[in-house]
Design a protein around this ligand. Structure first.
Ligand code: AMP
Ligand code: ZN
Length: 118
């Protein structure tokens, strides 16, 4: 069973913010912003690339509720999901990073030439 499946089943402790039957949100153990929460489906899904529209619709609403719960909805926030090797996905269980609580940077994703691919 993967790490986030164990967190979803409470076999590994986490700092839970919001939970319903299908989803759970908890604090990232290594925060990259004043607010850094992970929102996941309890059911294992490998990544965004495997997610269907029903799941995406439901988790979108759940993430909005998480933002409201921690009071970053008005000030703004960022939702990120990393996919696979180049995406930087370390935990192979679909998760959305919900970041906020301060003005976030938007300047540097890669050392490769951003104009280089197409
Ligand atoms: P990613 O690189 O997108 O796969 O993100 C994985 C995230 O999970 C990282 O931001 C880690 O800090 C976080 N993480 C790893 N283990 C735990 C844990 N036990 N509890 C909470 N967050 C974790
Ligand atoms: Zn899993």
């Amino acid at each position: 069973m993967c790490l986030f499946c164990k967190i979803a089943k409470k076999e590994i402790a986490s700092n839970i913010i919001l939970e319903d039957e299908e989803f759970i949100a908890f604090h990232d153990i290594n925060p990259k912003a004043p607010v850094h929460i992970l929102a996941i489906p309890k059911q294992h899904v490998d990544s965004f690339d495997e997610a269907d529209s029903l799941l995406m619709g439901k988790i979108s609403k759940f993430i909005q509720n998480v933002a409201s719960e921690v009071k970053i909805q008005k000030s703004g926030y960022r939702v990120i999901t990393n996919i696979g090797e180049n995406g930087g996905q370390e935990v192979k269980h679909l998760h959305f990073h919900v970041l906020g609580g301060a003005k976030l940077k938007w300047d540097h994703f890669s050392d490769a030439d951003p104009q280089g691919h197409f």
